[in-house]
Design a protein around this ligand. Structure first.
Ligand code: TYD
Ligand code: MG
Length: 413
């Protein structure tokens, strides 16, 4: 009996070596949580995407293809953070594993305003964590998480296990030492590699930096944010002196050329931000048994649906035509409120007739061919008015009817 009992107890204690005493749960009302003051990054578009600045001791992953401008953006932010004087003065550290200190110095010279940024060229995880715990900067950038490696992990730098370990350790350091940390993570076109994807669940925020490296405009969006809304959009232009925020992207993306066939303006909503976007379309005859529906910046399923609705309910002969749709500026549309704009561009291309000048459209296209109300009609109308749209086309709803009555919108009849 006794001989049996002993090994049983032994086995149990070896499985759970240091059992923590069970703690009673708390009621939320008794939890004390003081919301820490956010750190302004000095880059307004970045602050907007973060939900109003950087939360102290948070871990933010910034993903994007090589060359999109991640290092430039974050060095600019570190520069601005370190340059704040008085009460706002904070230490900002760049851990570079990708570029040499000299390379960073050259970029900093180009950007200007980075004199106060501290830099550490290090790729060994333990050394990086030790430095952070000792120095405790307010903000730190790890460029990139894929270059970090831990001796304790057998695999090569950049492998899934190394990247996971690095992120997990840095998360702990960020919380314990109070260091708000940006992790730079590369993604390739197919989103693979031991990149940001494997870290998304772990970090507080995931920001995606998008845009064609051969074009000037860049889009920063939050795909996960524990401290704010997602789908907030930041727009930048890459210039000779670094990234410059574009406060009015509608001005840049929402303009069409008068009389051009296959072009329409959609008024979309990105997070809380209304945005006018030019949608371009080409409808070309094809001999393919399965005509192509190719969209850049629009969801392929959504595009196929809109084409089908146009063919079925608007009588457009799209069955023997390839349909291409392109959204201005490399923006990706996620919301159905842009449907009508897309439909108009396709209809214009199919008929060879330009859309009325100064027209902006929004509304969700339903399978029955009926237009459904888009969210936040007022915000959209406001944006259309701001950018001088003379005709606003939208689903019949109370808000729009009121706007019509007030002469703010016009019905094309
Ligand atoms: P970079 O920030 O190095 O991209 P990432 O870290 O995402 O790989 O910058 C990418 C490109 O931006 C690079 O090809 C050069 C260009 N660039 C400018 O056009 N102007 C500038 O002021 C800087 C710093 C870079
Ligand atoms: Mg870089």
């Amino acid at each position: 009996m006794l001989a049996e009992a002993v090994p049983t107890r032994g086995a149990r204690s070896s499985r759970q070596p240091a059992q923590a005493p069970a703690r009673p749960p708390l009621r939320l009302v008794d939890v004390v949580a003081d919301e820490a003051e956010r750190i302004p990054t000095g880059v307004p578009e970045l602050d907007r995407v973060l939900g109003g600045g950087l939360v102290p001791a948070s871990l933010v992953l910034v993903g994007g293809e090589p060359g999109v401008g991640k290092s430039t953006l974050l060095l600019t932010a570190l520069g601005a953070i370190s340059a704040q004087s008085g009460r706002g003065a904070r230490r900002a550290l760049l851990v570079t594993g990708e570029e040499s200190v000299a390379q960073v110095k050259l970029r900093a010279a180009r950007l200007g305003g980075c004199d106060g940024v501290e830099i550490l060229a290090e790729t060994e995880l333990e050394a990086v964590c030790d430095t952070l715990e000792r120095e405790r900067p307010a903000v730190c950038v790890i460029d990139s998480v894929q270059t970090l490696w831990s001796q304790e992990i057998g695999s090569a730098p950049g492998s899934v296990s190394q990247v996971r370990e690095a992120a997990a350790r840095l998360l702990r350091v960020a919380k314990e030492a109070g260091v708000a940390t940006f992790l730079v993570g590369h993604v390739t076109k197919d989103g693979s590699v031991a990149g940001p994807r494997v870290l998304e669940h772990l970090v507080d925020c995931v920001l995606q930096f998008e845009g064609d490296r051969y074009q000037a405009h860049r889009i920063l969006r939050a795909v996960k944010n524990r401290f704010g809304s997602t789908n907030e959009l930041g727009v930048f232009e890459m210039t000779g002196e670094g990234l410059v925020g574009v406060p009015d992207p509608s001005e840049v993306f929402g303009r069409t050329h008068a009389g051009e066939v296959g072009s329409a303006v959609a008024c979309t909503l990105e997070g809380t931000r209304p945005l006018l976007l030019e949608i371009q379309s080409l409808v070309a005859p094809t001999d393919l048994a399965m005509p192509r529906r190719v969209g850049t910046g629009v969801d392929p399923k959504r595009l196929a649906m809109i084409v089908a609705v146009l063919a079925r309910h608007a009588g457009l002969p799209l069955g023997a035509a390839d349909v291409f749709v392109n959204v201005a500026g490399g923006v990706r549309i996620d919301e159905p409120g842009a449907d009508l704009g897309i439909a108009l561009a396709i209809a214009s291309a199919a008929k060879g007739v330009p859309v009325r000048e100064g027209l902006a459209a929004f509304g969700e296209v339903g399978l029955t061919g009926r237009l459904r109300a888009a969210t936040q009609t007022e915000r959209r109308l406001e944006e259309c008015r701001k950018f001088g749209s003379t005709v606003v086309l939208g689903p019949d709803c109370e808000t729009l009817r009121r706007a019509l009555a007030a002469g703010l919108a016009d019905s094309p009849g």
